[in-house]
Design a protein around this ligand. Sequence first.
Ligand code: C5P
Length: 223
Amino acid sequence: PAAVIVAIDGPSGTGKSSTSKAVAAKLGLSYLDTGAQYRAITWWMLNNGVDVNDPSAVATAAAKPVIVSGTDPLAPAITVDAVDVSGPIRTQEVTSAVSAVSAVPEVRTLITDLQRVIATSAGNGIVVEGRDIGTTVLPDADIKIFLTASPEARAARRSGELRGKVPVDVAATREALVKRDAADAGRKTSPLAKADDAVEVDTTDLTLDQVIECVVTLIEGAI
Ligand code: C5P
């Protein structure tokens, strides 16, 4: 059979990354974290003095950084101009700037093209996670999953992830999450959205293992 393509979308804090990596590892598929690509280009803009709130400056610079995504679900490193930025792309500074950068159409065109090349060249099949994979990047994916969870559950998970790294305030985390989702869902070019043919999974009351099992079952049913 042809290599399976799995699209997993949803807002932040729904367990998308943990689920996608675990499912890919379990099924022997490649894995692509498209959020990491938008974070990487944002990291480059911040490091090169580009005003991230100036869409035309961002558009002009967009093609300069060379972004390479690792697709091993157990070690998905990402590099910008051959520098591993897997750690630096997770800072608060990048997180608060990424929605503005990812809303710029030139950025989306470049990154979307890159994503399609990676997805179609993964001979063993691939799990691609993001916000617009099922709607825009890979509309012909074999299975599309849209993960959701209540804002409270999402903020609690994010705070749990951040704890130990930076001082955590759950209320502030919730506010930042809701704000980023609103920006991602409200932008003009390929906003965060559930594809009509995506299966929605509400993860609010599920453990990570239960979500993984549910997604594996959905994929197995589709191939
Ligand atoms: O998934 P993650 O939280 O790392 O994504 C970071 C940001 O990248 C999102 O808030 C969104 O602005 C952008 N993004 C996007 N389209 C995708 C994946 C991520 O616009 N497919």
